[in-house]
Each structure stands twice: as C-alpha cells, then as structure tokens.
Design a protein around this ligand. Structure first.
Ligand code: ADP
Length: 400
C-alpha cells in the first residue's frame, strides 16, 4: 500500500510517499515559497535529487507539481497516480469535535473550517491541500491527522482557563495543545522500548525544536501539555514568547499604542530565544555565542532550560512521581546534548540521573541516556510525525 503524506504550511508543502508494506520512504520533498517570488520544489528519492524553480501561485499548483515529480519518468518513483492508495494530511487544529485521526468527509472539512480563527495561518493551508488532492486524485480516500487530537484526553481542570466559563462554553477558548502526532509517536515508541503495553506507559515527553512543547502522558494518554489555545503558549521557543503575564499584552496595547497585529508579530516572530539573544532563533548559534561570552545568548539559553525544568517538575508532581521515562525529541531534543544535560541538571530531586558520557555520544540517535541507577529513565527518541500520519491513514483506510 502506497500512502502520500502531505503537510501544508501557509507558504510551503512538505510531502513523503511511503510504501507501507515495508514502512519505507520512496520519495520526500518540499515545495517552498508558494505564492511568493522564487517558488520551487525539491524532491529526494533513491534516484537522486531533483529541483525546479517555477511559478507556484497556490497550493493546487503545488500539489500538481508534487504529482508530476512523483510520476516523472526521470526522477519519479511511481508510474501512475493510481498507485497512490490514500493521502494522509497533517492538520494543525481540530478543535473539540475531533478527538482522533479520521477519514475526511464534509463534516471533517467543516470542523477544520470552524476553528480557522484559532489557527488562521495553518488550517486554511491544510484545507487548500485537501481540496487540491480531492480534485486531482478523485475517489482516493484522504485522512486528516490532527496536532490537537492526542491531547483531547486532558481532564477539564487541565484545559479550562480560569477566565469566565462562558469564554470556553460559547467561544471554545481552552487549552488544546499541539505536537500531538509527535507526542503520540513518542509514546508508542517509548512503550516498545520500555517493553510495556502503551496503556501502562507514564512519560514526560519533551518535543524541543523551533516550536517546543512538553506533555505529561499518563497510562498512554495526554493529561497535560504546555501549549494552549494556540502554539504560542508554554515554553519560550525560537521566536515565540511562550507563557507571559497577560497584562504585558494590555500594556503593549494601552501604553505603547501597539495594534493587535503588531503585538501578534512581536510575540510570534520576534520573541523567544531570538528576542532575548538579539542574535538567532537557532540553538546552535546561541550555543556558539554563549561559549564566546555573549551574555544575551547565555541568558536566552538559561531562560529556556529553566522553563523546561520547571515544566518537567510540575508535570512530575501532577503524575504523582510515577514516571517511567522522560523523553527528548525534536531538533534540540534529539541533537542538543548540552541542552539535555542542563535541563536534567536539577531533576535529581525527582529521581533523574544522567549518564553524561552516553548523553554526549552522537550515535545511535535513539538511546537511553540515564545512568543504570536512575529511578526514571531518560531517553532520546527521534520523532517521525510523517510515519505516524501514514500509519493512521493505513489503519483507517483498512477500516480498522
Ligand atoms: P521544527 O519545530 O521546525 O520542526 P526542528 O525540530 O527541526 O524544528 O528543530 C530545529 C531546531 O533544532 C533548530 O532551530 C536548532 O535550534 C535545533 N538544533 C538542531 N541541531 C542542534 C544541535 N546540534 N544542538 C542544539 N540544537 C540543535
């Protein structure tokens, strides 16, 4: 069975074609700068790399180019589009109505449309990707896999914000949480590595990348996560602020005369470790800066590490200390050995003891990095959201 996984951003489209009989990636690619000058597609297969710069005015054209690249006699991997059995789409926000991955029908499209105000950049792009595939691959099943779905198991006390309840009841303003496909993948993989049924696994799952979130997983289910109504909440990130005193926003508007769009730009694009360091959102740059004595880089890293530690500590308490493992994934979680070491330094109090030597080894990527006598295991598990989407798509189209 061949499954195409599509992840549409506002101006980009990432894709992977899987042969699900072997869970093998046949092709992977990226369309960039959709509706912007210099738009292009690149694709990687066993045959090599292919690149093309051409006008791509919308997501429909982007999907057409993906199909052309996949079926090209020179650099393609399939002869005909009919070889694609189903398409799995990453959808950012599913709101409250969607609690799991689902085959796309009119109701699902409406549910995705309904929460556009909570995800104004991503959900419209996701819808465009789905519509383009519907018209170009008529009759093939399409599945939506939501970033929010895994967190729909949170208890009410963890997702209702302490503002008048009518904001939740009437507007749907609540914590939804994101990175759910990744936290779900990690939970399943951790269960395998721990040799436990997934329903018995207790984790603190740290997805640390450009966007970062931490999730408390109890008995295989999300009970709390650091992102909120939108992916702006929680930890400080590359350019996003994470949690703040809400009065700061009121101050920006009232005292500084900023418009809602200006505040939005500052908090989403100019804050986080970029805002503090004034240098970069990339942790590799910050580490170099910090090593050469740049105090702003040092501060940015300290704030990030401290907030990660604070969140892990809070979630450990929430789970009554019954944790099998703390897991690290994402660009920083998988590669930032120094970041992992600093975050874990101070977590001895909840039973964490790192094996610093193993933590520092670059390979293998997937590994246990805690010491033999650590009460809680600490593991690095590379995430694979695309594979998770392909697995869910396969399962649903097989009627399981
Ligand atoms: P996204 O959230 O966009 O998927 P990634 O998970 O790919 O992002 O994470 C990207 C981030 O990973 C980069 O911005 C960089 O800060 C970080 N990163 C990559 N390699 C390293 C490394 N060796 N050490 C520390 N951080 C790293």
């Amino acid at each position: 069975m061949k499954i195409l996984v599509i992840n549409c951003g506002s101006s980009s489209l990432k894709y992977q074609l899987f042969d699900m009989d072997k869970e093998e990636v046949l092709a992977k690619g990226l369309v960039e700068r959709i509706a912007i000058d210099g738009s292009r597609i690149e694709q990687e297969t066993a045959k090599g790399e292919f690149e093309l710069e051409t006008a791509i005015p919308d997501h429909k054209k982007a999907v057409e180019l993906v199909f052309e690249a996949l079926t090209s006699p020179d650099h393609g991997v399939i002869k005909d589009l009919q070889e694609i059995d189903a398409v799995g789409h990453r959808v950012v926000h599913g709101g409250e109505k969607v609690t799991k991955s689902t085959i796309i029908d009119q109701d699902v499209l409406e549910a995705i449309q309904e929460v556009v105000p909570f995800s104004p950049l991503h959900n419209p792009a996701n819808l465009q990707g789905i519509q383009a595939c519907s018209s170009l691959l008529e009759g093939k099943p399409q599945v939506a896999v939501f970033d929010t779905a895994f967190h729909q198991t949170m208890p009410q006390e963890n997702f209702v914000y302490p503002i008048p309840l009518s904001y939740y009841k009437e507007q749907g303003i609540r914590r939804y949480g994101f990175h759910g496909t990744s936290h779900n993948f990690i939970t399943n993989r951790a269960a395998e590595l721990l040799g436990k049924p997934v329903e018995e696994v207790n984790l603190i799952s740290c997805h640390l990348g450009n966007g970062s979130s931490i999730t408390a997983v109890k008995n295989g289910k999300s009970i709390m996560t650091s992102m909120g109504l939108t992916p702006l909440a929680g930890l400080p990130m590359g350019t996003r602020s994470g949690d703040l005193d809400p009065s700061i926003i009121i101050y920006m508007i009232k005292q500084l005369g900023m418009s809602p769009d200006e505040v939005d730009k500052v908090l989403n694009k100019e804050s986080g470790v970029l805002g503090i360091s004034g240098l970069s959102s990339d942790f590799r740059d910050l580490e170099k800066g910090a090593e050469s004595g740049d105090e702003n880089c040092q501060l940015a890293l300290k704030i990030f590490h401290s907030r990660c530690r604070e969140t892990i500590g809070a979630y450990a308490t929430m789970m009554g200390g019954r944790i099998d493992a703390i897991t690290f994934t994402g660009g920083i979680g998988e590669n930032g050995s120094k970041d992992r070491e600093v975050i874990c330094d101070g977590l001895e109090i909840i039973g964490v003891k790192l094996d610093k030597e193993i933590n520092n080894q670059r390979k293998p990527k997937e590994k246990v990095i805690s010491a033999e006598d650590s009460a809680i295991k600490v593991m690095v598990i590379p995430t694979d959201e695309e594979l998770m989407i392909a697995r869910d798509t396969k399962r649903l189209v097989q009627g399981k």
